[in-house]
Design a protein around this ligand. Structure first.
Ligand code: MV4
Length: 450
């Protein structure tokens, strides 16, 4: 096992990794920009190293600075958290070239899943159901129209280099194809320097269901059920839950075993998420994330497993600490993301936290790097906390969420907390009856202000 790990991240996820390290008897090294000198992750780590100025391109995204910090500190492994360098294959290669260990999958698996066409081909070859559509890239408008006629409108045009919704366009009819196709290509070129696109049948009212997987890197793989992350605004998740309220035990076992087998056959190592659209009882692969995700705590809650500890163990060459048959779902968990943003437009709201009080009690977890007097810098993501509640069933989890939100105090900046009080007034949230479009429609109809 490693005796020292460097955490190439900041905020709540850096604390999350430090906590796992401490429980495992591993020393932690925090890296930070000059803007984060007073950040909680810097206070909590065993050692700290300043890696550059405020802009993340010169600090948290600097491969050279992070590898130097690792060498200087004597850490043997790097945990990337989420975002920043967590899905950067060149970073992983550089880490390995320096004789260090990346806590995550291989550079090859990261690149394979970073290219969305390759990811889909790999998924299909491994028996994972995919959205019907083009075989590979679509280079010309003529070809695009043939695909449209074959699968039927509406279709969606997606960037091969994309993900997370960038460079996507819907064509509702052949008349809309030219504009949608050219716009998707131009946006992909501008955003990723690559104009390759592919086309899929557009699903009109799906849910976003993602399956948590773990590979041991030795040909073993397990799944830890699904999360429903359909409540999103502009591709940013705001409310996540596990298990998915629309997924039966039979569906879970079936899609779970397909995913676990695929991970095993890939020889995948560490945590991953296989993302699906779910509509009318069918699962359709869209992407795979090769990192630990923001919403991993809802899975931890219902399975009683520490996913960061598991990532570290697997990276150190140890076997998974559980077998599929050891994993059992206990109750229901919900996470809400607290962002420093001003409603109703979700505009960033950095500034000084005059008062912070975290909720507590049975079934409540607050993952946050806030403290009284902390100044939220304007340079980074607006996520400042995650409130995770766990109950014996969904009804209890919702009641507990309502109770915990009542205890939570974040003063001094605007936050998304009022959004969740308003959501808890909605019958559709209580019944679990929502798709990927529910939140945006509700916000357009004045949801937060009602
Ligand atoms: C789709 C889709 C409908 N049909 N693909 C958006 C982000 C990227 N991960 C995939 N996305 C979508 N792909 C087909 N064939 C609708 C979306 C989509 C979406 C997906 C998940 C969660 C929220 C979303 C919001 C808008 C569109």
């Amino acid at each position: 096992m490693f005796d020292k790990i460097l955490i190439a991240n900041r905020g709540e996820i850096a604390l999350r990794v430090i906590r796992a390290c401490r429980e495992m008897g591993i020393a932690s090294v925090a890296v930070h920009s000059t803007a984060d000198a007073d950040a909680m992750h810097v206070r909590m780590a065993d050692e700290t190293i300043c890696i550059g100025p405020a802009p993340s391109t010169d600090s948290y995204l600097s491969v050279a600075a992070i590898i130097s910090a690792c060498e200087v500190s004597g850490a043997q492994a790097i945990h990337p958290g989420y975002g920043f360098l967590s899905e950067n294959a060149r970073f992983v290669q550089a880490v390995e070239d320096h004789g260090l260990t990346f806590i995550g999958p291989s550079a090859a698996h990261i690149s394979e899943m970073g290219d969305k066409i390759t990811a889909k081909e790999t998924a299909k070859a491994l028996g994972i159901p995919v959205v019907p559509g083009s075989e590979g890239g679509v280079a010309t408008l003529e070809e695009a129209k043939i695909i449209g006629a074959e699968f039927g409108y509406p279709v969606i045009i997606k960037a091969t280099a994309g993900g997370g919704g960038r460079g996507m366009k819907v064509a509702k009819s052949e008349a809309e194809m030219e504009r949608a196709f050219q716009t998707a290509r131009a946006e992909s070129k501008a955003a990723f320097g690559n104009d390759e696109v592919y086309i899929e049948k557009y699903l009109q009212k799906p849910r976003h269901i993602e399956v948590q997987v773990f590979g041991d890197g030795q040909g073993g793989g397990v799944h830890l059920g699904e999360r429903d992350c359909s409540l999103q605004r502009r591709h940013q998740k705001v409310f996540e839950e596990a298990p998915g309220p629309s997924i039966s035990a039979e569906e879970r076992a079936e899609i779970g075993s397909i995913c676990a087998n695929a991970i095993a056959r890939m020889g995948y190592s560490g945590a991953g998420t296989i993302e699906f659209l779910y509509e009318d009882g069918g699962f359709y692969f869209i992407e795979m994330n090769t990192r630990l995700q923001v919403e991993h705590p809802v899975t931890e809650a219902i399975f009683g497993q520490d996913l960061v500890r598991e990532q570290i163990r697997v990276a150190a060459g140890m076997p998974l600490s559980f077998r599929q048959e050891d994993l059992e779902i206990n109750g229901h968990a919900i996470e809400v993301r607290i962002n420093a943003e001003k409603l109703p437009n979700f505009s960033p709201s950095p500034g000084r936290i005059s008062q912070y009080h975290a909720p507590g009690g049975l079934g409540v977890r607050m993952d946050s790097a806030l403290y009284d007097g902390y100044r939220i810098p304007p340079y980074y993501d607006s996520l400042i906390g995650k409130l995770i509640v766990h109950g014996r069933d969904r009804t209890e989890a919702l009641a507990r969420l309502n109770r915990a939100l009542g205890e939570l105090i974040v003063d001094g900046v605007d936050t998304t907390i009022p959004l969740f009080g308003a959501l808890l007034q909605e019958p559709d949230i209580h019944s679990g009856n929502y798709t990927i479009h529910w939140l945006e429609k509700w916000l357009e109809a004045g949801g937060v202000d009602r």
